[in-house]
Design a protein around this ligand. Structure first.
Ligand code: VG1
Ligand code: CO
Length: 545
């Protein structure tokens, strides 16, 4: 096999964000752009010779082209074998499961997750380590450094290979094993949950579920697991055929982009009792009861509180972890269970060391991500099966489960307001002004709420001691409420400001107050403190979740 070194030169801005490198497809399609980044990953690794790489993506536009390029480059980098999903498909949690099961050296996942796809949409790439989890900041910083000094990439002279059939092929010396993208993952989930009991629930005439795969990668996974293995009626999975452009939509399971599912559950004529959805790469989830959207932070708390009902977790949780902006609902559960609760920066990569060290069993983020030690990524279908297992055992509707949870623990009323695609300079200015004013804010009365503390969140990993700074501005009020501000690290156009609002309400008679109403004083405070309208020119958020 002929090795080819192609001269190249650095592109600016190949800096991975919250979850890998995400850019417009038009950026990725520039000659040498993808190749440079992949070469930078391979140059940062050491000891990959003869080892196994896992490769797959969420099937979005450009997935097929990128996979072939990476296969050739993996051969040039000396990998001994690549495990690739059929048609180049692997959901993010499935890729993590495959890396772990086959003890691979690492994996490359092609996805821009919930971002839209298509020729004018987004593309993304990230590297996962041998534990199955996203590489940490130290690694991604090194990859970025490398992209800034790259002078060539290495590939081999080989034609595209047919990834449509399970089997084995060679590219030069390197073995390519094309695997069923669903099998290993489905087997893992089956080992954690009571499939018999869930199947019995799904067979009941008075229980009807809908799973919206949003034309994204989880379609085949949901068909196999929900309809085939668990026997849910055909048609339970909707939008189950993955499309390269996700049917033109945002494959983001929230009340705005999955409005159809929410509306169906709110309409008693639909006969539906439970709804769920997942995102582009299958790692996020949405849980919907009858006329009731479960907030992701509440979902995490309910999942932790009900661990004893789930076969894979009944022996106990070592601890739980949540990202800083995620509501403190799970903290209350941890306190009652007498287990530690860790608070990490946003992004799943920060949970990896806690999971590896056995410090946490269940983790979650307010952005609709929940998962556990079974893989090192958040896992959309895992969360759905966990909920189904709870419903099957408790024989109680989802909304009642959440309301009972609030009665027991109190309610952490929570919402996130997103201002998408604002001017980058305006976003930076807003955050910098805020940071500069933090010390003055403490002790002052703001919108009739007294500021108890204000800081920029910094995190020291309790396992490896690494420090991550500037992870979000927090304003903590004397009554225990908080407002958090941060800029998104996954967008590809301008900046996205996220404002996270949380207020604890113990009094059960106040639990049904609509969320935005209950949070109105905090929404006002956020505006006063950050001058969002003046800084961004926006009257209100684009997405409220
Ligand atoms: C967002 C979420 C974060 C999540 C990340 C990746 O990041 O807020 O919680 O881990 O997306 O999820 P940001 O930086 O835009 O706030 V996914 O499903 O896009 O891989
Ligand atoms: Co995702």
């Amino acid at each position: 096999m002929k090795l080819i070194s192609v001269p190249s030169a650095p592109f600016s801005g190949q800096k991975p964000g919250t979850s890998g490198l995400r850019k417009k497809v038009t950026v990725f399609r520039q000659p040498r752009y993808l190749e440079n980044f992949v070469q930078a990953i391979f140059d940062t690794l050491s000891g990959q010779q003869g080892k196994t790489l896992v490769l797959g993506g969420d099937g979005r536009f450009y997935n097929d082209v990128a996979i072939q390029t990476i296969l050739r480059m993996a051969a040039a980098a000396g990998f001994g074998r690549v495990l690739v999903g059929r048609d180049g498909i692997l959901s993010t949690p499935a890729a993590s499961a495959v890396i772990r099961k086959w003890q691979a050296f690492g994996g490359i996942i092609l996805s821009a997750s919930h971002n839209p796809g298509g020729p004018d949409g987004d593309f993304g790439i990230k590297y996962n380590l041998s534990n199955g989890g996203p590489a940490n900041e130290g690694f991604t910083d090194a990859v970025y450094q490398r992209t800034q000094e790259i002078s060539a990439y290495h590939t081999v002279d080989a034609a595209d290979i047919d990834l449509g059939r399970i089997g084995e092929l060679h590219i030069g010396e390197m073995l390519v094993t094309i695997i069923d993208p669903v099998a290993d993952y489905a087997e893992l989930l089956e080992s954690l949950f009571d499939f018999e009991r869930i199947a019995a629930l799904l067979a009941r005439p008075d229980f009807r579920m809908r799973f919206d795969a949003m034309h994204a990668v989880n379609g085949p996974y949901a068909h196999e697991i929900l309809e085939r293995r668990l026997g849910a009626p055909a048609g339970t999975v909707v939008n189950g055929t993955p499309l390269p452009d996700f049917g033109g939509g945002h494959p983001d399971p929230n009340p705005v982009y999955a409005a159809e599912l929410v509306a169906a559950l709110a309409d008693s004529r639909s006969g539906l009792s439970f709804g769920a959805a997942s995102d582009g790469d299958g790692d996020r989830n949405m849980i919907v009861g009858r006329d009731f959207v479960v907030s992701p932070s509440d979902s995490l708390a309910v999942i932790a509180a009900n661990y004893a009902l789930i076969p894979g977790y009944a022996s106990g949780l070592a601890g739980v972890a949540r990202s800083m902006p995620t509501s403190c609902a799970v903290d209350r559960v941890a306190r009652e269970l007498g287990i530690p609760c860790y608070e990490t920066p946003t992004g799943w990569k920060y949970f990896g060391s806690l999971l590896d060290a056995g410090k946490a069993t269940i983790c979650g983020e307010e952005s609709a991500g929940t998962g556990s030690s079974h893989v090192r990524e958040k896992d959309g279908l895992w969360a759905v099966l966990y909920w189904l297992n709870i419903l099957a055992v408790r024989d109680t509707p989802a909304d009642v489960i959440v309301r009972e949870h609030w009665q027991r623990f109190g309610r952490n009323v929570y919402s996130r307001h997103d201002y998408e695609g604002i001017d980058t300079a305006a976003g930076d200015r807003l955050m910098n002004d805020l940071r500069a004013r933090l010390p003055q804010l403490v002790g002052t009365l703001c919108n009739e709420l007294r500021v108890a503390a204000a800081d920029d969140f910094a995190y020291t990993d309790p396992v490896d001691g690494s420090l991550s700074e500037r992870q979000g501005v927090r304003i903590l009020l004397e009554d225990g409420s908080r407002v958090v501000f941060r800029l998104s690290g996954t967008g590809t156009e301008g900046a996205t400001l996220r404002v996270y609002l949380e207020r604890y309400v113990a009094d059960a008679s106040q639990h049904e107050v609509p969320t935005q109403e209950a949070l109105a004083p905090l929404i006002g405070l956020a505006e006063t403190v950050a001058q969002i309208a003046a800084n961004t020119g926006r009257k209100g958020p684009d997405v409220i979740s």
